[in-house]
Design a protein around this ligand. Structure first.
Ligand code: FE2
Length: 343
């Protein structure tokens, strides 16, 4: 699904008054925190994620927590079990928001989180059955190394004088968990559900006819503070061959070399490449997609658009243009979890 053989026109922005979403959601979340998967072999999961650019934060017999180079104590959680996407966590803006949403229909009482960095959480299930957590109060950790981008000499901005650019071979430097994409039956209904509870707003819609989106890119409403172009991409199962559930998971890396050097590293490790390197149109990220040993799609990206809440949604149609601004076309398998034995 997703970016599959869809061809886009340049986005045309709607006037702001055409955003018929709830302006008073229960809370407005700040960002994504981490996803949860389950997999039968935590050794194999850890090995893939080390190649992908993460480091072990904590591991027991039943659960593996992996971190990036940034300040989050973990950015991925894998439980031992049948291969599956369990859900994900949002980060609340403050304790009051966590308490407020935990007291609404369908949410569990606030409980302490038994994981690195602690904190508190409440849980619910979305209409598709995915587990949605809201967390707050996690104690940050020291970064694993510098998380500044490498200085570049480009255009009129030469930022590196008298120093040589040497990129170490090895995995990407992952900064944070950025977004996920899910395939659902009704993208408008899914956005409305997430909007009413968490304040997500539309950034871009891909329409098969006026008012009939098959993809909605949705971001966090941080008011005047910019947010990632999308934290969740809702994709219609019309665009995924009827397959529901996880489309892909996505982590922000520190700079362009982390996308490209990371891609070389994963290729050298003979991991399963899915799509990339390219630059998306909607969201503008430079991207690269890989599959874990059970076929879950994991994305690296950098240089995405940042929008404050005043930017109205854009609309594009599926007819002419290009799925990416540059880079290869997506494979027909993109946008759904495909176990290796089925590929
Ligand atoms: Fe993505």
């Amino acid at each position: 699904m997703g970016y599959i053989p869809f061809f886009y026109k340049e986005p045309v922005r709607d006037p702001p008054e055409e955003t018929p979403l709830n302006t008073q959601p229960i809370i407005k979340v700040r960002e994504m925190a981490f996803p949860r998967l389950s997999a039968p072999d935590l050794d194999a999961a850890e090995s893939f994620l080390l190649d992908f650019g993460m480091a072990r934060a904590h591991r027991t017999d039943d659960v593996l927590y992996m971190r990036g180079a940034g300040t989050a104590p973990y950015v991925h959680v894998i439980h031992k079990g049948t291969p599956a996407w369990i859900g994900f966590a949002f980060e609340a803006a403050n304790r009051e928001d966590l308490d407020r949403i935990s007291k609404t229909d369908g949410f569990t009482p606030v409980e302490a989180v038994d994981a690195p960095g602690g904190g508190w959480r409440t849980l619910t299930k979305d209409p598709s059955g995915a587990q949605v957590e809201v967390v707050w109060g996690t104690t940050p950790v020291e970064p694993l190394g510098p998380i500044d981008p490498r200085p570049l000499n480009m255009g009129n901005a030469f930022l590196r004088i008298g120093k040589l650019q040497r990129v170490k071979t090895g995995p990407s430097r992952i900064k944070r968990f950025g977004h996920l994409a899910m395939n659902v039956r009704d993208v408008k209904a899914s956005l409305a559900w997430y909007n009413a509870r968490f304040g997500l707003i539309a950034s871009d819609r891909v329409n098969i006819a006026p008012g009939m989106p098959v993809l909605i890119f949705a971001r966090c409403d941080r008011g005047a503070e910019p947010a990632d172009h999308h934290s969740i991409l809702f994709g219609s199962d019309m665009a995924s061959g009827g397959v529901l559930g996880l489309n892909h998971l996505s982590w922000e890396v520190i700079d362009v070399d982390d996308v490209l050097a990371g891609s070389s590293h994963l290729a050298a490790k003979k991991r399963a490449h899915e799509w990339g390197v390219g630059r998306h149109l909607l969201g503008s990220q430079i991207f690269d997609y890989w599959r874990d040993p059970w076929g879950h799609i994991h994305e690296h990206w950098t240089d995405g658009d940042q929008l404050d809440a005043s930017i109205p949604p854009g609309d594009v149609t599926i007819d002419v243009g290009a799925a990416s601004q540059w880079g290869p076309n997506p494979p027909p398998t993109f946008g759904r979890t495909i176990p290796p034995q089925s590929r």
